[in-house]
Design a protein around this ligand. Structure first.
Ligand code: G3H
Length: 243
């Protein structure tokens, strides 16, 4: 069975005062049966050391170390207690021009440092409207997921770009189509393809989480805005625990 994962991506949000929200969340879900992953900004990772939740970075460099001002290596993330790292988020692909090849190299860097890579893929609105969604998914899976991936070192997050931070959510049929497609592609390519955790991301909220988690091959969520407060994230975690 794939791991169930409720992941919160704080993006460029969070100061030390934000950690009070994490403590509230711990009081409610500190003993959860599912994996709860928090991806705070780099500046707060050390401060999360004592949390019962898994901690992840939001990006890593392809190299272990070197002259790359402002970048963070996977080894540095592991050094301060992270066990996961997001790679290939659409905001990185758009803001920093990251390619599938770079995302694959970052994933490999994550594996080399002992981190689990959460590889993000998803189509734009134009691609959805052109009817090329599954082609885009195929290309991103082929290009961003290294041959060395397996269900223990890799999680795939399907995040339609047009659903991120917009309040627009695909229909459950649309999510089901993409997740079943991803599962089939992973089964074709990897011996343990049926064990990879597949997350949905894009405007997940307490009000829609249960419907999304009822979709076959949805093993959890990658949540942005609604992961910033315990009040918003807790109902999503609870829905996944019930799913
Ligand atoms: O990484 C998280 C996703 O980009 C989803 O963000 P959102 O929940 O704010 O739409």
């Amino acid at each position: 069975m794939p791991r169930k994962i409720a992941a919160g991506n704080w993006k460029m949000n969070g100061l030390q005062s934000t950690l009070a929200e994490l403590q509230t969340l711990e009081a409610k879900h500190g003993d959860a049966d599912i994996a709860i992953l928090i991806c705070p900004p780099f500046t707060l990772i050390s401060a999360c050391e004592d949390t019962p939740f898994d901690i992840g970075g939001q990006d890593c460099h392809t190299n272990e170390a070197g002259a790359h001002t402002g970048d963070i290596s996977a080894e540095m993330l592991a050094d301060v207690g992270a066990s996961y790292v997001l790679v290939g988020h659409s905001e990185r692909r758009t803001d920093h021009g990251e390619t599938d090849a770079q995302v694959a190299a970052k994933s490999q860097a994550a594996y080399d440092a002992g981190l689990i890579a959460v590889i993000c893929i998803g189509e734009t609105l134009n691609e959805r409207e052109d009817g090329t969604t599954l082609d885009v998914i195929d290309a991103q899976l082929a290009g961003s997921v290294p041959d060395t991936a397996d269900a223990l070192n890799t999680v795939i997050a399907y995040e339609p770009v047009w659903a991120i931070g917009t309040g627009k959510v695909p229909t459950t049929d649309q999510i089901a189509e993409v997740h079943a497609h991803m599962r089939a592609r992973l089964q074709d390519r990897f011996a343990d393809g049926d064990e990879f955790s597949l997350l949905y991301g894009g405007s997940v909220k307490g009000s829609n989480a249960a419907n999304i988690f009822a979709v076959p091959h949805v093993d959890g969520a990658l949540v942005g805005g609604a992961s910033l407060t315990a009040a918003d994230f807790s109902p999503i975690i609870a829905a996944l625990e019930r799913a």
